[in-house]
Ligand binder design. Structure first.
Ligand code: GLN
Ligand code: ZN
Length: 763
């Protein structure tokens, strides 16, 4: 009974972000096309060689990309939006990058989140496409791996149905009609790719159909079934691994009967449901069960003993020689190796597994399954010792934190008085005009700000000098805000590189990785903090900055914090306790910060929750629990203050109509929302649902350097005032201004205040 290990995809960035630099150097015209291709090949082969050395049996190929795999797919199939030109041959690099990055005459294609994780893909536009196979990239990379490294790889292809469903036609995601119309045009090209692969000797393809996890009604399966049947009939000699990930299959019983030779299931992010299906319904004896047993989206070492038991269970379910062990999803979403975390506490390091360590785990588990545990006893022993050391360490056993957490009530925390009472007290205290103006928190992180921070980090700028610089920048911006005539001021967030990282640096239980980069979009990487221990509040985080800013003006200065859920969503979170527990630990710490800000005289405190909407679980049945936890932790954070202290919150991303009850339940006194790109829609949501609290619907878009005119901002305000009482309405840009330049920021804010003044005069 042989068990086989398989991978789904390897990270692109390179151990030292070579890939990122390659792309960016190319964009800066520092490399020719030939140089780019040669370097890209070197990286590609190095990655494959690593997988080979780590003992992966079935190695994915063509999982590499020059930007994004959805972009690769649309470029290969000639689904290039017309504004970028018409192509009857493979795209050149510059044509390819034009789609992702835009040109002087053509705006870049839209980018959006890949399912519910922090990777962004290029959204295909199927407006007037005629598909054509311009480049069988899967064949090219299959042949390359074979010729150069002797790897008989498994080409990874985004499945035709998911490819179509991830795209839009006339600005909307495809409906069934569009899908039924486009699929038959696309399938012959997939057939051709399959035929050419089979002719070149390929035995397997990994066909990713992640949208399958979102299907709930049998009727939705028709296009998938059609596609798979047609491909299987056309090229029966090529085996298809139908790969799903990020959640369970509600339609398991039907999907496992599809005409494919292997089915890849996520046994990590499935709420236990896929395993239950396997145990309750069994698994077809003629198919390979490709079991995703290693978390491809978090960075913790597996408990090998427990995984080994899981493998034994799976061996009883799959037919003999029909079990593959895999990561649950592509390793694209985790950093590459812990080997470069040279400064990490060894106790933490032993508990971490990045991509390479995950592949090692797979190799060990595969060997254990094939040769017995004794063959890998040393690995198992080391693993047990490492996990024990981390779990028993002081980092994970802060008694005070645990006691506070255990004492949390089941009921949510509440403010002392209801909103109607609070807001009167706040108005009396703050004396703000009608339609008060403010900003969302950050001001431009100029080249100077970034250079000073870099110098300070490298030890080239003394701490005192850096602090003095930050103060001077805040002072300058307080004066600018006063000159602009804004009503509620902010300190500017110059001390923060990132709204999550900054809090991680000041609370216990966080580790900032040295090299834990993951691709966010294109060449952009992020380095999420690792929450590995109990989170405790040991010292004030933002109080000094806020108090200093407040000392410079008579106008109220808003304190500025990041809410627990956003911190969680943008971090790698320990998995030995529940996410909700970690979230509440953070909330209890931030509650103290909020109270300290209040004690220090700060009258308004904003607690940002930008990640609320984007972190929603894939399946709607899990939404309520997620939203309830969000509300619970937000209210731990914000309810410990007096009635006349005003709590604000801010959220990015439009389309709140389906979670408006949650927004109300947060019971913030004022909420600001990013809306400028979907103003009408959002306003009608508030109109239909009624909303008592005060609200700032972003009156201009900060995502472009364009300075909006006074008239344009006035129109946005007027539109909102048709449904929202002017006594409820705030005037602000739609998000923080840290990515903008100073001149355009000042010009836009000047127009914003002018627009407010004009409308105020008419009221
Ligand atoms: N206060 C933060 C800022 O202004 C909010 C950022 C965000 O919404 N993502 O930068
Ligand atoms: Zn925002």
């Amino acid at each position: 009974m042989t068990v086989i290990s398989s991978n789904l995809g390897y990270p692109r960035l390179g151990e030292h972000r070579e890939w990122k630099h390659l792309l960016e150097h190319y964009w800066q015209h520092r490399l020719t096309d030939d140089e780019f291709h040669a370097n890209a090949k070197k990286l590609r082969l190095a990655n494959l060689k690593k997988e080979q050395n780590l003992g992966v049996d079935v190695i994915p190929v063509a999982d590499n990309s020059d930007y994004d795999h959805v972009l690769d797919t649309l470029a290969a199939f000639g689904a290039v939006p017309a504004r970028f030109g018409h192509f009857d041959h493979a795209l050149s690099l510059s044509d390819y990058y034009a789609i992702a990055r835009g040109t002087k005459t053509a705006v870049a294609a839209e980018m959006t989140k890949w399912f519910n994780i922090n990777y962004h893909y290029i959204v295909p536009e199927f407006d007037e496409v005629s598909f054509k196979l311009l480049d069988n990239r899967w064949l090219r990379y299959y042949q390359e791996a074979k010729a150069e490294l002797g790897i008989d790889g498994k080409p990874v292809i985004l499945g035709p149905v998911s490819f179509l469903k991830l795209g839009k036609r006339h600005g909307e995601y495809l409906d069934d009609v569009a899908l039924t119309e486009l699929l038959p045009q696309l399938l012959p090209l997939y057939e051709q790719v399959f035929q050419e692969l089979a002719a070149a000797g390929a035995k397997w393809v990994q066909l990713d159909e992640p949208t399958l996890v979102k299907t709930t009604a049998s009727a939705e399966l028709a296009p998938y079934r059609t596609a798979l049947t047609q491909l299987h009939q056309a090229v029966p000699e090529l085996n298809i691994e139908l790969q799903t990930y990020f959640d369970s299959l509600d339609l398991y019983d039907e999907i496992v009967q599809f005409p494919v030779q292997a089915i890849g299931l996520d046994l990590i992010h499935d709420h236990g449901e896929n395993l239950a299906h396997l145990q309750n319904s069994g698994f077809p004896a003629d198919k390979i069960l490709a079991a995703g047993i290693i978390d491809g989206h978090n960075i913790w070492a597996s408990d090998l003993t427990k995984k080994c038991q899981l493998v034994q269970t799976l061996q009883q379910i799959a037919a003999p020689d029909h079990l593959w062990l895999q990561p649950a999803n592509s390793l694209l979403h985790v950093p590459i190796t812990t080997a470069n975390e040279t400064k990490a506490d060894p106790v933490l390091l032993g508990g971490l597994a990045f991509a390479d360590q995950k592949l090692q785990e797979l190799a060990v588990l595969t060997k254990a399954a094939n040769q017995g545990i004794q063959a890998v006893q040393a690995d198992f022993d080391r693993n047990q010792a490492n996990l024990k050391a981390l779990n028993h360490s002081s980092h994970r056993n802060n008694q005070a934190v645990r006691a506070a957490e255990a004492a949390l009530p089941t009921q949510t925390f509440e403010r002392q008085a209801p909103f109607a009472t609070r807001i009167k007290l706040q108005h009396d205290r703050l004396h703000l005009p009608l339609l008060p103006t403010t900003t969302i928190g950050s001001f431009p992180q100029s080249a100077t700000v970034r250079a000073k921070r870099a110098a300070w980090r490298k030890g080239k700028l003394a701490d005192a000098d850096y602090q003095a610089f930050l103060k001077a920048e805040t002072k300058r911006w307080i004066a600018l805000q006063n000159d602009l005539g804004l009503d509620v001021l902010v300190h500017g967030e110059f001390e923060r590189t990132d709204m999550v990282e900054y809090f991680g640096q000041k609370l216990t239980g966080f580790y900032a990785t040295q090299n834990g980069w993951v691709q966010s979009y294109g060449s952009r990487g992020v380095r999420p903090p690792v929450i590995f221990g109990d989170v405790a509040y040991t010292k004030p985080i933002t109080v000094a900055e806020s108090v200093y800013a407040q000392s410079l003006t008579n106008k109220p200065v808003k304190g500025m914090l990041t809410a627990p859920l956003t911190i969680i969503n943008w971090s790698f979170v320990r998995d030995d306790i529940s996410k909700a527990q970690v979230q509440n630990q953070i909330a209890l710490a931030l509650r103290q910060e909020v109270q300290n800000l209040e004690k220090a005289g700060i009258k308004i405190i904003q607690v940002d929750e930008p990640a609320l909407r984007e972190g929603l679980p894939l399946k709607q049945r899990h939404w309520q629990a997620y939203l309830d936890e969000a509300v619970y932790s937000f209210k731990i954070t914000t309810t410990g203050v007096a009635n006349d202290t005003q709590i604000h919150t801010h959220m990015c991303y439009s389309n709140f109509s389906d979670i408006i009850d949650t927004i109300k339940a947060l019971d913030a006194d004022v909420i600001s929302i990013e809306t400028s790109r979907s103003h009408g829609e959002l306003i009608s949501a508030f109109e239909q649902n009624g909303y008592d609290q005060e609200i700032g619907l972003g009156v201009y878009d900060i995502h472009s350097p364009r300075v909006p005119s006074v008239a344009e901002i006035e129109a946005n305000i007027q539109r909102a005032l048709r449904v929202i009482d002017p006594r409820q309405f705030w005037i602000n840009p739609d998000c923080g201004l840290k990515t903008r330049q100073e001149p355009e920021t000042l010009a836009a804010l000047k127009n914003m205040v002018a627009a407010r003044d004009a409308i105020q005069a008419q009221l």
